[in-house]
Design a protein around this ligand. Sequence first.
Ligand SMILES: [Zn+2]
Length: 305
Amino acid sequence: MIQLNVDGIGFVRVDSWDDIESIPGYTEDLHISDDEKLSEVIGVYDFPLKIRCGISTCHQQHNKGYIVKTVSGSVTNIGNVCGRKIFNVEFKEKKKIFDRDLADSGNREKLWLIRNQLDGYDERLAGVLDGNAGAVALERKLRAFKGSNYRIPREVGDFLRSAVRTRDSVIYHSRVATADEVAIEEALIGRRVQRPYYVSEPICVVDGIESLHGDSDLKKILISDLKVNFSRLREMDIDSATSKELKDMALWSGKIEELFEKAEVAIGYCRRFLDKNNLNKLLNIELKRGKDREHFVSVIKESSI
Ligand SMILES: [Zn+2]
């Protein structure tokens, strides 16, 4: 591919080397003299085929290089190493300006494209957020099970925190071991165990625990990230933004689809977790205070879907 910075037009992509050879002043055999200084870097190429370096003393074959213009108006192609060898620091500086302008131009193009689709993106986001089964409603229901402000019994909070941390969401019950179980354990460890001896038994697995992980945070994905950045892009002055602003926003815009997908996955986890039968499994967790259970049953009723 060849990218050229054409006076009065900006950056254009050309596919054929003929387009380079037809630039006024182009020569494939440039004789460098003291008067022949570098004026500007006007293009870059990256080809599967090798192109002969235009400098008369070099003529090495390069796959990649730059198109340069000298003060006398001559134009030729030159490899990166040759450029530095022949035009010294001047080449490095002009190349830097060209590379920056090229990146800015690509980023502007990308951002205008997304900007023109923002109404569609806003609509899509609203579709994910709103409604009875939307992310806002789900996140509100999920809140009781998240963070430190639990409306749920301490034991349930402990279980959920541990399940998130260890990625193990099995609820266990402990009970007094049978005589046989004690005998097996003692045979295994080779000494007598203290009575009463307890064993842990898996009761059930809670689904959708992933919805409580930090990286499934729907508010973060959909509001702090997508919604906020859509507004930023809408208000951004794309034509006069700095290189860094363009680069950052263009990088972010490349993640839009990924963020929507991440939200869909998180919503899936959320639905599995908030499913009534799933939340009811949490009632298997042993509670110290009997009246906590009654309150917790009402929390589940409010939160389940
Ligand atoms: Zn060369």
